[in-house]
Design a protein around this ligand. Sequence first.
Ligand code: AMP
Length: 436
Amino acid sequence: MSFSELGLAAELLRAVSEQGYTTPTPVQRQAIPVILKGQDVLAGAQTGTGKTAGFTLPLLHRLHSRRPAGNQRQVRALILTPTRELAAQVGESVTTYGKHLPLKSAVIFGGLSINPQIAQLRRGVDILIATPGRLLDHVAQKTVDLSRLEILVLDEADRMLDMGFIRDIRKILALLPANGREGRQNLLFSATFSDEIRQLAKGLLHDPAHIEVARHNTTIETVSQIVHPVDRVRKHELLSHLIGSQDWRQVLVFTRTKHGANKLAEQLSAGRISSAAIHGNKSQGARTKALADFKNGAVRVLVATDIAARGLDIDQLPHVVNFELPNVPEDYVHRIGRTGRAGNAGEAISLVCIDEHSFLRDIERVIKREIPKQEIEGFKPDPSIKSEPVFKQRQQRPSRSAPGGGHRRAATATPKPRGGGSANRNSRPTQRRSSV
Ligand code: AMP
């Protein structure tokens, strides 16, 4: 099947072919026709599947083909994303795919001055891409008008809930014009489906088309996965060894904590492997710079926490390293989705110490396969070292300064403890996300 069979406007087909895309991905094949019809959508698709184009292309088509008379622009489509980086990337996609159409878009997120955003909104935009916290700042200042909204997209809805944005989302929904067949069209994209997501979808979507791209789809199929058993204290040394001996030029490395990300980036840099860390405590400017340096090759290793890395669009990333395994198995799938994207082969390497064996078992259960183990000569684990449960570490809530612009909205963006004071935002009661 080709893009031209999907019923998209010629201007969009031109933009798509300029991107070099020849064939729609499975999520695009399924989502584009139903969104073009105006139907609500509930889509299970993770990053790397082409989901952004899957909703952006038909959204642009509909806005263009139904544009109101007159010159006045008002916000007709709103795309909510959990993080600033994802908002910026979706904004780039909207600009890229919409470049031959006379539609205007704006990206608004926290961490940057609000005034230029206000000026941009005042000039008029058709499509707004926003993180929930900053959008509510604009609502409070009456600098955004959502009363003419035709299409709402919740992108990576599971992560928005994980980050404690549910109350912000509900507030935003309450501001929007009526739902329903002839009213607003709603599209919800999520990689996972907890009860909370289902509940949100039930209240928001009308007669939605259900789209499910196989959870472990081509993204994971094209990634070769390996575990290197190693002692915790020797992980840094082993990572340096792998980078050097295999001459890796562009490596994304995951740690569980912000502190761990900083420490590792410093250690690698001290060993002359240029590195940068990206996490929720870094300023927007520092994060943008780190990502740009990584993309252009100035920095060889980008060390990231899960939430900071969520949605990063780095084309053809060859190596992803789990310096520490995530305690939420689904995060493993998200992490390794950074490599082997859109059909390119990639490699996911996990450095696993004895304390992490239970996380590894959980991950293998979720991905329904055993990951091959390979000990590296000179780095074999010391058999006399016994496991120390990782959960003796202090449990922390998701950071209030987590990306997404909600850092100043303590009252709304901070997760409320539930069920015995747990700060768990995940569907699994026994698992908690550490500070990001
Ligand atoms: P996403 O899942 O939206 O983050 O997209 C993942 C990556 O796939 C992005 O780098 C897109 O530019 C790329 N992509 C999206 N659609 C296609 C397509 N039909 N063919 C090739 N690459 C694509």
